[in-house]
Design a protein around this ligand. Structure first.
Ligand code: AMP
Length: 270
């Protein structure tokens, strides 16, 4: 009702799982600046978590989140519960082929099926003009672009740059799980991506396996960290590259203690 009260107004949508940080707020502010009205959503979507994931312990500081969205100029926050989104009898899935099989999808089976299911519901509920997502979740942006194109969602996806801490660590709701020492060690994600970028842009290295190897070694040489994957892939289809050229996505997933972190750099026109 609120969304269609004045059909002439453009609406932006900012979907989140809450536990907000400045990364989320950058999306919110961009939406507020580009649309007449903005709706944010806070929903820790159970269907994108595996049984072994951190669904139950995921932080849910709702009051603080609402204050932060209000301060950013958000007009409406939708905070459904799982039974509102998936009532008894619910049974529809949205499956994007191909790009969901690699990287995060390979290591988190079913994760993107949950993402496309919930995001398509949020698109239909809010019917935004524009929807805002972070580059931090690079594969998610590729999957959602394909879903929007394939299913003719009538909206523009706006991808916003990754917001980082001063030492380079990408902001994440999961960073609060890290001990002080793990927090230091977690900078290896950014440092290894920066090293990979230098090797490609400064040293003209085009052998992708050499880049993956360097990232692997940097992570392996850092205490309390375990590499889940290091990837140098085509930015459009996410296939691993042998020779680096064109638009590429360098990405990695690392377990720091018990906490799973991801990060990426995009390099264009190599
Ligand atoms: P989440 O609450 O983790 O599901 O994230 C909600 C949205 O915020 C997603 O589109 C994320 O890509 C985006 N996001 C998360 N962290 C950052 C960050 N550090 N910089 C920019 N966007 C982010």
């Amino acid at each position: 009702q609120a969304r269609w009260a004045d059909p002439k107004l453009s609406w932006g949508l900012v979907p989140t799982m809450g536990a907000l940080h400045q990364g989320h707020i950058s999306l919110a502010k961009r939406s507020v600046s580009e649309n007449d009205k903005s709706c944010a959503t806070i929903f820790v979507n159970p269907t994108q978590f595996a049984p072994t994931d951190d669904l139950d312990q995921y932080p849910r500081p709702l009051e603080k989140d609402l204050e932060m969205f209000e301060a950013a100029g958000i007009d409406m926050v939708f905070t459904p519960t799982p039974d509102v989104m998936y009532p008894a009898g619910f049974g529809t899935r949205v499956i994007v082929d191909g790009v969901t099989a690699r990287l995060e999808g390979e290591h988190r089976p079913g994760h993107f099926d949950g993402v496309t299911q919930v995001v398509s519901k949020l698109f239909n509920i809010v019917q935004p003009y524009r929807a805002y997502f972070g580059q931090k979740d690079a594969q998610q942006t590729v999957v959602l672009k394909k879903m929007v194109r394939d299913l003719n969602f009538n909206l523009d996806l706006i991808i916003c740059p990754t917001v980082r801490e001063p030492d380079g660590l990408a902001m994440s709701s999961r960073n609060i799980y890290l001990s002080a020492e793990q927090r230091q060690n977690a900078t290896v994600l950014y440092r290894s991506l920066a090293k990979a970028k230098d090797m490609i842009e400064q040293d003209d290295i085009r052998d992708a396996s050499l880049i993956r190897q360097t990232i692997r070694e940097m992570v392996n040489n850092t205490p309390e960290t375990e590499l889940i994957y290091a990837s140098v892939a085509d930015g459009a289809n996410l296939r691993e590259l042998d020779q680096i050229s064109g638009n590429i996505l360098i990405s990695l997933a690392v377990r720091v203690g018990e906490t799973r972190l991801i990060d990426n750099f995009i390099l264009n026109n190599i």
